[in-house]
Design a protein around this ligand. Structure first.
Ligand code: ARG
Length: 321
């Protein structure tokens, strides 16, 4: 079947974003964050962040997306990373629970934001995880629209125990991917599931079990493995809107691999946000993900058959890092 047919969006992609008015690096909870270097950079860094964020928003709108805006709050410099706000599927949002005290004050702000989206008819339901289970939203839980499953990263921020909960809330399989490299502490820093079935990933970010799980569910032709150079410019932290893939920067080789799959690749610089350990995908939260039951994969198998072959949540308990 024509690969382009499988890329067709059924509805306008809708993202939640938060302007970087109070964005800064004032603490360090991942290896990219250096508060002293940020302070030395002065106002120029804040101005660049404003410009780069506006650039990302513009590119997404040009790709056909609708943007919902969350008001920034003083004292919450990482609120700009809305990917971490929740896991959203079928108009249901499971609100994040953060590992580090530095980000926990964002939880009520995101909860209020989802309540407002619900009041406006953009969501139906908000759910809270059981006490003690950490899950940093879509930063660690990526929807794979081709395989009808969630990929969930764990080991640094989110708990493997969140997997069965998500399966219960959403009734879709969750494949758990233990992370191994502290520089790739959220799944979305090293993994991106494309609507055509292709998966961009950085092998060095995963434990042996994590890599085995990727190889189990993603056939060789769909594996787009990054080298360290592309991984460290967060090329996997890409946002997909229709046939457009938006990222901060990538090699010519990656651009060509994506173009061969029928995508338009748009590079928009976001290096200022990488000083906090984030990039394009981290700055957005897709609000309209839904499972599909009718699309066919290129070998003619239906997604629902594929999902049932995958079966219940796969959990690897090994924790590293
Ligand atoms: N400074 C933030 C943190 O360490 C960056 C979050 C990036 N978000 C993401 N989805 N990877 O929590």
């Amino acid at each position: 079947m024509n690969i382009h047919a499988t890329l067709a969006e059924t509805s306008q992609p809708r993202f939640l974003m938060c302007p970087p008015r109070h964005f800064a690096v004032t603490y360090s909870i991942n290896p990219w964050m250096d508060p002293q270097a940020w302070a030395e950079g002065g106002a120029a860094l804040s101005e660049a962040a404003t410009r780069q964020w506006a650039g990302l928003r513009r590119v997404l709108i040009a790709a056909g997306a609708a943007i919902e805006t969350l008001e920034p709050e003083r004292g919450l410099p990482d609120l700009v990373f809305t990917a971490n706000a929740a896991v959203v599927l079928h108009r249901k949002a499971v609100v994040a629970r953060f590992r580090h005290g530095e980000r926990q004050a964002e939880e009520p702000v995101f909860a209020a934001c989802f309540a407002a989206l619900k009041a406006r008819g953009l969501l139906d339901e908000m759910l809270q995880l059981p006490a003690g289970i950490m899950l940093e939203g879509a930063g660690d839980c990526l929807w794979d629209s081709r395989r009808n499953l969630f990929w969930m990263g764990c080991g640094f921020r989110s708990d493997a125990a969140a997997g069965p909960q998500l399966q219960r809330y959403f009734d879709v399989p969750t494949v758990t991917l233990p992370l191994a490299d502290p520089s790739f502490y959220h799944l979305d820093t090293a993994f991106c599931a494309l609507p055509c079935g292709g998966v961009i990933f950085y092998p060095g970010a995963f434990t042996k079990d994590g890599l085995a799980a990727i190889h189990r569910y993603v056939g060789p032709a769909d594996r787009i493995a990054l080298n360290r150079a592309d991984a460290t410019r967060f090329a996997a932290n890409a946002v997909c809107a229709g046939r457009t893939i938006v990222l901060s920067s990538c090699s010519l080789a990656l651009r060509c691999a994506l173009e061969r799959r029928g995508y338009t690749v748009v590079e928009t610089p976001l290096d200022i946000f990488q000083r906090s350990g984030g990039s394009a995908c981290c700055l957005t939260l897709r609000l309209d993900h839904a499972s599909t039951t009718t699309s066919l994969d290129t070998t003619g198998g239906s997604i629902s058959r594929l999902a049932s072959k995958i079966g219940p949540a796969t959990s690897f308990s090994r924790r590293s890092g």
